[in-house]
Design a protein around this ligand. Structure first.
Ligand SMILES: Nc1nc2c(c(=O)[nH]1)N[C@H]1C(S)=C(S)[C@@H](COP(=O)(O)OP(=O)(O)OC[C@H]3O[C@@H](n4cnc5c(=O)[nH]c(N)nc54)[C@H](O)[C@@H]3O)O[C@H]1N2
Ligand SMILES: Nc1nc2c(c(=O)[nH]1)N[C@H]1C(S)=C(S)[C@@H](COP(=O)(O)OP(=O)(O)OC[C@H]3O[C@@H](n4cnc5c(=O)[nH]c(N)nc54)[C@H](O)[C@@H]3O)O[C@H]1N2
Ligand code: SF4
Ligand SMILES: [Mo]
Length: 736
């Protein structure tokens, strides 16, 4: 099918300017650093999840041939999950983008030179901005590229290209935690270190399937010598919940009532740490009054968790000496995620379980560098954990980067959903998508895909030309992947780790760093990045940007130090006393928070109804999430590994309780149609007791899942509520 939008945009012929011909080739890219011996073992941090495992990449004759987990690294202590072991497999895939590709008038993507691609990109972007205003070009980025690259993208777009709006896939993932921490602690500051998994005697996991999503963190739980009480709050009996001492299989989206009910029980049982509350928190009295409205009987009724279980869990928390509370997407991806995350924070604060080993109100991150993007994407916050609205912050960033202060916006970007709405209403006409697969992962995909077609100009920068989003692109920029470039990631426990280039990217694919630098040159703002000579030079700038902030890591002595001490957790200011460099660090051990008065705030609200209730027509709740430890998101990478593919489903499937299999007459059909108000998909049926009657679960790794989801958002974080919508299920009658 011919893409009319592309035909339209190609109507005006153009030629690459001569000065651009030299841009990418002048960069001298792609060589594996000469300092690496041809048969070396090179250390790097994994490019999949936020655990941040260290991996040893084995070279033979200069070729990366194998990966093993690094022994002795403080994160993974010699272990890795299957994705880490298979980290090289995605790199040799036949659908790698090996040259820039431009969609021709026939609708087909054709290879072009970098010079042509850059010229086209710059021309189109400037045309969009000139015709529709500077706000009409936006970008969507990621938590999966090194911090140096994110910072360059953020600086280039906002200070160089005058792009006002940009957001990342971290909106789908971590926005709720960011807002919750900022409001409660005064800064986006997950306080823990992984050693806390081993030091707790009570571990509470809310909306987290740790065994599947963070298998090496799960190993750390398994290595806890205290035989901890494990409490798992999840509507499904996941692999994680199956191992729990107490599995609270609550009604979906009823966490807020459950957590307030637990807070009341804890008060009734005298579990409050009055000294901690009085010295280090604010608004406790109002909070206690608020939760008094959540008596255990009413909470049991609303959540479906019985009173005895609630009581047993409150007893376990009361008795625990070191209780740690952890949460992931079951909380963040909710219509009231921020208040739910804060309800967890409140439990830790009221019981004084923070700042000591084995404690904490701990949000677990998702992507390998989501934490880097939280500090340096320059979207929601100004580079380095700064605030766009703060004149002192703008001045400081302008000074460090030697940019004109007037180019720094005074407000944060629009959120992802607002950018999508902007596309719909016609205020956003051009979009640059970097290392995320919007056409698969964004909520309510039917709406989303139509939206992408409304754009005048869509450029996709990815390792592969075959993604669902690249399929809609006018221009594809070929990116190097993990292993083909240098930089740093920040993991869940705030540890900055070095990612190392161990092989050459295929064809003309470039590291995102060099793509951004080339775009800057082509745009005419290249001199802004004179000091950003290499990723390591850029790291030094980021250190300077962090100085004096809660996330200060100015004391790190280059990549070499990261390699030699096994990564460094922030804060690590230049005043850090040696030899603290390899110690595990947790925040708030002095009871001081980053709020103006140094106190953590109790924040709470009345529970709100879900955005789309079930009814007679759509009587089932659809839950979505991770399906297996071997699948990564939209599978562009993991599907390239034979090993990982052999461990995962080939087609999409729905998990249905046996009662519902009977009720909806699914027994004789291998497949079913899942129908929501937005779409219908056909999937295999898996009959299982892991879901409750009235609920079905579909994983997020197949593109059709988000055709069903309902676009509801947390009002404060604008994070999509992927975990709840109303569906019905029907048998598919297949011929015998
Ligand atoms: N193998 C693998 N690992 C991954 C990823 C991957 O794609 N594959 N992705 C990474 C990323 S980016 C992320 S963000 C993390 C996500 O890690 P997790 O958040 O652990 O994974 P999910 O499966 O999305 O959701 C967790 C659980 O929330 C539950 N849930 C649904 N509704 C509710 C509710 O109302 N209340 C509660 N309490 N729970 C609910 C679901 O049943 C599910 O078991 O995983 C990371 N790790
Ligand atoms: N229904 C439902 N939907 C969900 C979720 C859910 O639980 N349920 N979870 C949400 C969450 S938490 C997340 S994080 C998102 C993830 O959603 P996405 O970000 O869309 O998923 P990925 O498949 O990780 O996409 C990353 C893209 O970047 C490319 N890539 C990899 N490395 C590089 C690189 O170095 N440079 C460049 N330029 N490209 C690269 C990959 O090929 C891939 O196309 O999905 C969200 N969607
Ligand atoms: S647990 Fe995460 S960081 Fe560790 S090897 Fe697996 S995917 Fe990589
Ligand atoms: Mo995520």
């Amino acid at each position: 099918m011919i893409n009319t939008r592309v035909v339209r945009s190609l109507a005006k012929p153009w030629k690459p300017a001569r000065e651009l011909e030299r841009t990418p080739s002048a960069l001298g890219l792609g060589q594996v650093p000469t300092s690496i011996e041809p048969d070396a073992v090179v250390r790097s941090v994994c490019g999949f999840c936020s655990t941040g495992c260290s991996l040893d990449v084995h070279l033979r004759d200069g070729e990366a041939i194998n990966i093993t987990p690094s022994p002795g690294y403080p994160v993974n202590t010699g272990m890795a999950c299957p994705k880490g072991w298979e980290g090289l497999a995605p790199l040799d895939a036949p659908d790698r983008a090996t040259a820039p590709m431009l969609r021709g008038a026939d609708g087909v993507l054709k290879e072009v030179s970098w010079a042509e691609a850059l010229r086209y990109f710059v021309d189109q972007t400037k045309a969009v901005q000139a015709t529709h205003g500077p706000e009409a070009m936006a970008f969507l980025s990621t938590g999966q590229i090194p911090t140096e690259e994110m910072a360059m993208l953020g600086a280039l777009t906002k200070f160089g290209m005058g792009i006002t709006h940009g957001d990342g896939n971290t909106r789908q993932c971590m926005a709720t935690s960011v807002v919750a921490y900022k409001e409660s602690f005064g800064f986006d500051a997950p306080p823990y270190t992984y050693a806390d998994f081993e030091a707790s005697d009570v571990i509470v996991l809310v909306g987290s399937n740790l065994a599947i999503a963070h298998p090496i963190m799960w190993e750390r739980v398994a290595s806890n010598p205290n035989d901890p009480t494990l409490i798992v709050v999840d509507p499904r009996c996941t692999e994680t919940a199956a191992a729990a001492t107490h599995h609270l299989a609550l009604e979906p989206a009823s966490d807020l009532e459950l957590l307030y009910g637990l807070a009341k029980l804890l008060i009734d049982k005298g579990a409050v740490d009055r000294t901690f509350v009085d010295e280090h928190t604010s608004d406790y009295e109002a909070f206690a009054e608020h939760v008094a409205r959540f008596p255990v009987e009413a909470v049991a009724e609303r959540t479906g968790v019985n009173e005895e279980q609630l009581d047993a869990v409150a007893d376990a928390i009361t008795a625990g000496r070191n209780v740690s509370f952890w949460w992931t997407m079951g909380v963040n991806q909710s219509h009231q995620g921020v208040r739910t995350a804060q309800a967890i924070i409140n439990l830790a604060l009221m019981t004084g379980n923070i700042g000591r080993p084995g404690t904490g109100a701990n949000s677990i991150t998702g992507q390998c560098n989501a934490m880097g993007s939280r500090l340096f994407s320059n979207t929601t916050g100004l580079l380095g954990g700064h605030d766009f609205a703060n004149p002192d912050h703008r001045k400081r960033v302008a000074e460090v980067l030697a940019v004109d202060e007037s180019t720094i916006p005074h407000t944060a970007s629009w959120s992802y959903d607002r950018i999508m709405a902007g596309i719909d209403e016609g205020t956003i006409k051009g979009l640059w998508v970097i290392a995320t697969n919007t056409a698969h992962s964004w909520i309510d995909q039917n709406g989303g895909n139509e939206l992408l077609d409304k754009l005048d100009f869509l450029v996709v920068q990815d390792m592969y030309h075959s993604t669902e989003t690249a399929a809609a692109a006018d221009l594809v920029l070929p990116a190097a992947g993990w292993g083909e470039k240098d930089g740093t990631f920040i993991n869940s426990e705030r540890r900055i780790g070095h990612v190392t280039k161990v092989r050459q990217a295929p064809g003309q694919a470039l590291a995102d760093f060099w793509i951004f630098k080339s775009v800057a040159d082509a745009w005419g703002c290249g001199e802004m990045f004179a000091a950003w000579e290499t990723p390591e030079h850029t790291f030094a700038l980021l250190q300077e940007l962090s100085a004096g902030q809660p996330c200060d890591f100015a004391g790190i002595e280059g990549y070499e130090m990261l390699d030699s001490v096994g990564g460094v957790q922030w804060p690590y200011p230049s005043t850090t006393e040696q030899p603290d460099d390899s110690a595990e660090r947790r925040l708030f051990s002095d009871g001081r928070f980053f709020t103006p008065d140094g106190r953590a705030a109790f924040i709470f609200d009345s529970p709100q109804p879900v955005a789309e209730e079930i009814d007679e027509q759509f009587p089932l709740v659809l839950l979505t999430g991770r399906g297996s430890a071997a699948d990564w998101h939209t599978r562009t990478r993991t599907e390239k590994s034979k090993v990982l593919s052999s461990m995962t489903a080939k087609v999409n499937y729905v998990e249905v309780h046996p009662d519902d299999v009977a009720r909806y007459e699914l027994a004789s059909s291998r497949q079913a149609r899942l129908v929501s108000r937005r779409g219908a998909i056909t999937v295999d049926v898996i009959e299982t007791g892991t879901v409750q009657p009235g609920q079905v679960f579909v994983n997020m790794h197949f593109a059709d899942t988000n055709q069903l989801t309902f676009p509801a958002f947390d009002p404060y974080s604008r994070q999509p509520a992927y975990k709840y919508c109303a569906v019905r299920i029907e048998p598919v009658v297949t011929s015998p």
